[in-house]
Design a protein around this ligand. Sequence first.
Ligand code: BTN
Length: 314
Amino acid sequence: MNGRLLRTLRAARDRHIPLASLGDDLAGLQRDLDELTAFGFAIERHPVLGVCYRGPSARLCPDQIEEDLDTLRVGRRLAVWNRVTSTNDLAARAAASQANDGLVILAEEQTFGRGRRGSAWSAPAQSSLLMSVVFGQGLDPADDLVRLTALGAVAVAELVAAWTRVDARIKWPNDVRVEGRKIAGILVERPAGSVVGIGVNINIARDEFPSELRDSATSVQILAGAPVDRSEFCRELIQRVDRLCQDPAELEAAWNSRSEHVGRSVRVETHAGILTGVLRRLDFRDGLILEAPTGEERRLGPAQVVRLGPPPSE
Ligand code: BTN
């Protein structure tokens, strides 16, 4: 598929582009336009005015995602599947080879999508972003799990905020929420290398969520007020993950500033009991930095923490 042509047409938004300004090879151009139409893009052809892009395909388009992606590590290779058990399963197999570092695996549908703590993650076909990124050797062996979860969560939260102009926040450790409703989840798994699984609710209307989730979940479509272009969202997400994985300081700062809990009174359930205080900071090495009511500072490693939330009064 001609990704460059697609980009040119999209950039013109709802304006027609005269055929003559798209090149000399008219037969080739017609073929490329046929291909875009067959893939599901809404392309209007007018005998006088030329060609006009009217809307995205319902399918994820690898050529659109890859065109001018220009990333250093993430998305160097891309695989888009129609239906898989879980993108994390495929990524886990791929992670055995260092050559697959940066590989992004996407699927339109998962039959056994999973979340943290053995929960299921399901989404209607072609509605969401179901994506796994392979990091052959992780980012930093010392604190991989935490940092990789933060990487996925910060990238999604920033992108949701940019696309919808709402305040998207991270509920430690792996949920992205808007006004308390979950829009995305991150599942990091470490088979041979590391896999960052990211699930984002994109084009799901409120009544398409199962009734038990209707009040606790949201989607980009609901927040933006209209369906959005999933391929474009995906492309920008890959770019953001790529940028953030190269800058741990920026990632850690954004992780703190997007946290639902930093700077607030919290209740921390640990394996050793319940603690309360003000969550001062999240730190890749030291974990959660909690200021107890006595003023004493406690450092809680992620493995110690079972649950983090507001105190019962809030
Ligand atoms: C959670 O909130 O508990 C984490 C959800 C993670 C879902 C994503 S979708 C892509 C990848 N494949 C999976 O099976 N899970 C992750």
